[in-house]
Design a protein around this ligand. Sequence first.
Ligand SMILES: [Zn+2]
Length: 106
Amino acid sequence: MLAEHSGTRDLIAFVVRHVSCSVCNHAYAADDVAIVRHSAESWVLAATCPSCHTERLITAFDRPPYALLPHMGMGILPPITQAEVDEWARFLAHFRGDLKALLAAI
Ligand SMILES: [Zn+2]
């Protein structure tokens, strides 16, 4: 575990406050969350449910994912086209989830 790396306590505290088990919805305690990997841009945490013992991997980014686009060779993007707007409109017209599900789907 990379527990002594700067910022890890805040990251674990964020998971404890805002994430729960995806199977039984039980809350995590700080001891249930471990940082398993840290790269230049992201962290991977493993949260183990104290009730049903399901392990969940959580990826956190140092910056918003869109800030990584220049590092992926996508620094200059063309303007959004009308066809893309229409495609999103069709997608959203049939989407029934909440914002969290939307962000997970894209
Ligand atoms: Zn659980």
